[in-house]
Design a protein around this ligand. Structure first.
Ligand code: XMP
Length: 317
């Protein structure tokens, strides 16, 4: 049986022995895994852990600043790096989902490497790899496995000759959450929905512009806050909004509009490999749809995705 307290004690002791007085760099993502890994390392080696949190400009509304504040509040030695422009420049004109993913992965590694170089004589790379990531990167399961592989397992560029330290390598997600709770991490952070590394870039169908990102952030924030207000957030495994590359006709007053369509998606799942669309209450969907159309300029139609995985995927790209 898994006991979080014992795991923390043993792991912290093990990390101290393994790392000694050396320095560790770690990329924080705002997600559960990298956060728990960082808190464990922080407990073991304190200021010799250098965390880097990159804003790729594709996070949820206000997420970069909020999460950065939270990390600071937790006493982590963290540097926030706003690389929005570098990501936007690399994405300009790209429409193909895999090209967008590759561009984001490449720029992330460049930005991270630039930052890691500033930390003199770091010898370790800390990673929030968990057991399912290890399995997924060993077995070949098609595109989604290789996609994830460069985000977590072996996300190490060749030119960075760092030793890897992965304190969560043997844990399942629920065990990571339990370890996080026993470390005193905010339950809200531990309960956050999974969010893809390429962020809103794969929820904006077609090419990315800052204006589209801003619009989708507004829509997404209304949806997510609504789920929280109605006590639905924790009943859903993952939720988000998708900006479709079509305009539709609508009316406002006595004027005809021709504006964007957004889709809402909420799924139930245990591991993301299969997923069912969630039967959100009609009343809730009505309220959110009205709010989005009234508050977000440029959107005149909201649809709800009623496809399960398989054969649909959770993301649209
Ligand atoms: P799909 O769309 O394949 O998504 O059903 C399954 C889970 O994986 C996430 N996902 C990604 N995560 N990089 C990531 O880090 C990616 O490129 C990526 N694509 C999908 C998705 O959000 C869902 O949780």
């Amino acid at each position: 049986d898994f006991t979080p307290n014992a795991f923390v004690e043993e792991t912290v002791e093990g990390l101290r022995q393994k790392i000694g007085k050396e320095k560790v760099v770690l990329a924080l993502s705002g997600g559960v895994d990298s956060t728990v890994a960082a808190v464990l390392l922080n407990k073991a080696i304190g200021k010799n852990l250098y965390c880097i949190f990159v804003n790729n400009g594709l996070l949820r509304k206000n997420e970069f600043q909020n999460v950065l504040n939270q990390y600071n509040g937790m006493g982590l030695n963290v540097k926030g790096v706003d690389a929005t422009e570098r990501f936007m420049n690399a994405l300009a004109g790209l429409e193909d989902p895999e090209k967008k993913r590759k561009a984001i992965g490449r720029v992330f590694i460049e930005v991270f490497d630039d930052e890691a170089k500033l930390i003199d004589d770091a010898t370790f790379l800390g990673q929030g790899t968990i057991y399912p990531d290890v399995i997924e990167s060993i077995s070949v399961k098609g595109p989604s496995a290789t996609i994830k592989s460069h985000h977590n397992v072996g996300g190490l560029p060749d030119f960075m000759k760092l030793k890897i330290v992965e304190p969560l390598r043997m844990l399942f997600k629920d065990e990571v959450r339990r370890v996080g709770a026993s470390l005193g991490i905010d339950p809200e952070l531990l309960g956050r929905h999974p969010f893809p590394g390429p962020g809103l870039a794969i929820r904006i169908l077609g090419d990315i512009t800052q204006e589209k990102v801003r619009l989708l952030q507004e829509v997404d924030a209304i949806f997510i806050e609504g789920l929280k207000e109605h006590g639905l957030y924790n009943k859903v495994w993952q939720a988000g909004a998708i900006l479709l590359p079509v305009n539709s006709v609508g009316v406002m007053g006595d004027e005809r509009t021709y504006e964007k369509v957004v889709a809402l998606r909420a799924v139930a799942s245990t591991d993301g490999m299969t997923a069912d669309w969630v039967h959100l209450p009609y009343e809730f969907l009505m309220e959110i749809s009205n709010k989005i159309i009234n508050k977000v300029k440029g959107v005149n139609r909201v649809v709800y995705d009623i496809s399960s995985k398989p054969p649909a995927t959770i993301e649209w790209e």
